[in-house]
Design a protein around this ligand. Structure first.
Ligand SMILES: Nc1nc2c(c(=O)[nH]1)N[C@H]1C(S)=C(S)[C@@H](COP(=O)(O)O)O[C@H]1N2
Ligand SMILES: [Mo]
Length: 427
């Protein structure tokens, strides 16, 4: 089977968005007429309000325990709860290795973490992109043991919520924004182990004519503004699905934790977090483009400078964070080794600079991280005097993209990439 290389996410989104507007949308709960009627602005407002709503009230799929928003403990030293979500505290990465331990990995739940029975769980592939066009009710099934018997791969990949850093639109740019108020902790790298989605698609009878694959979560439907948007789902082009996408059943050497998609989740390296569907069950494989509210209504840029139906959300921009608490205390007059990490959806980080109050200077990059999903770095600093200081870090990625002083605003407050001013107190 010969296929074109995996397209960049923005390219895929742009193409799908054109098809959607051209009325070629098919299936899966997106009614173009209705969405257009609502209008993109309305959609944006609804989406924004929804992000602040308490847990949605749609019934869980039959046989699924509706669960609690988050299953794992949320010790204040590791995680900060934000509605149904929790962000990692950057201070909890101090002294840690390359990956984020499972106990402090951020959680982004549209509703709640379901508790699925791994013995009855099935991956269920269907659609006309598979030979024999199996239906949703009579799909090609794989149990957890079936997947574990297939060749396994393990690799580190970064997951980041597209709204990571959102709270700084308000705090640094005086642009209050709706939605989950992430600091910089809506990101993490883990070692994911599982089977390639491509392996499973081929075993299920993938046809050359297939173009899109849409994994669906088994968590409760997402309800917003009184509209049941159905299960959390987002399409991928077949080329990406066959490239580096994993059906992961282990995270950092442990069975996938409940909050991160047990028993199996999709991991889509390099794409925004919403692509990596947790608690995956049904997977539609189609010869026509697929759509969901998660690529037409949310995860688009709306507002001044964008067309009414929004602009596609491409790769995540560059960000940098210090492994320090907000308002951390540091010893005055003593040498401190500052630690931090930088990352970019465009590819590896090439350069990091810090400013501890007297101008930008290079940070030292951890050599073994070069080329990986994020880059650790250090910088020496002797706080000159007791009192308040502000630390800044900025990185440049392989494409030359850096971090501006101000991030471009958009209605749903995605893609914050500006330098964050991190306050500390020397005493
Ligand atoms: N089924 C399902 N998958 C999901 C989500 C969800 O709510 N339900 N949230 C998505 C979003 S927006 C993000 S950023 C990532 C977060 O993954 P994590 O909770 O393991 O950190 O999962 C994605 N996959
Ligand atoms: Mo997300």
């Amino acid at each position: 089977m010969s296929r074109s290389p995996s397209p960049a996410e923005a390219v895929h989104d742009a193409e799908r968005s054109r098809q959607w507007l051209a009325g070629q949308a098919h299936g899966a709960g997106v009614d173009r007429a209705r969405l257009l009627e609502l209008g993109a602005a309305m959609a944006a407002v609804t989406a924004a309000a929804a992000e602040r709503e308490p847990v949605a009230v749609a019934p869980a799929p039959v046989g699924v325990d509706p669960g609690t928003p988050i299953a794992k403990p949320l010790p204040a030293a590791l995680l900060r709860p934000l509605d149904t979500n929790a962000e990692m505290r950057w201070s909890a990465m101090a002294g840690q290795g390359y990956v984020v331990p499972n106990d402090r990995f951020f959680v982004r739940n549209h509703t709640v973490t379901p508790h699925l029975d791994p013995t009855t769980w099935r991956l269920r592939l269907f659609g006309d992109g598979l030979r024999g066009a199996p239906t949703r009710d009579a799909p090609v099934e794989f149990g957890l043991d079936d997947l574990r018997r297939l060749p396994a791969e393990e690799r580190p990949a970064l997951l980041e919520c597209a709204g990571n850093g959102r709270r700084f639109f308000a705090e640094q740019q005086d642009q209050p924004t709706p939605g989950v108020a992430w600091g910089l902790g809506g990101v993490g790298v883990a070692r994911w182990r599982g089977v390639r989605l491509g392996t499973v698609l081929r075993l299920a009878g993938l046809r050359d004519e297939a173009v899109d694959v849409m994994p669906e979560g088994l968590d409760p439907h997402y309800v917003t503004g009184g509209v049941d948007l159905g299960p959390v789902r987002r399409p991928l082009p077949v080329a990406k699905a066959l490239d580096d996408v994993l059906l992961a059943y282990e995270m950092n050497g442990e069975p996938l934790p409940a909050d991160h998609g047990f028993p199996v989740r999709v991991v889509v390296p390099g794409w925004i977090g919403i692509s990596s569907i947790k608690w995956v069950g049904p997977v539609e494989v189609s010869t026509t483009p697929l759509f969901s509210p998660w690529n037409t209504q949310f995860y688009r840029l709306f507002g001044p400078g964008h067309p009414a139906d929004g602009t596609v959300l491409g790769a995540q921009p560059v960000k940098s964070a210090f492994e320090l608490a907000w308002d951390a205390r540091v010893p005055a007059g003593e040498d401190v080794l500052l630690h931090g990490r930088s990352w970019s959806g465009n590819g590896p980080i090439e350069r990091v600079e810090v400013d501890t109050g007297d101008g930008w200077r290079p940070a030292d990059l951890v050599a073994t991280d070069r080329g990986g999903p994020w880059q650790r770095w250090t910088a020496r600093w002797r706080p000159p005097a007791a009192g308040r200081h502000v630390l800044r870090a900025r990185a440049t990625d392989r494409t030359g993209a850096g971090q501006p002083d101000r991030a471009a605003p958009n209605d749903l407050a995605y893609l914050f990439d500006a330098v964050v001013a991190h306050p500390v107190t020397a005493c």
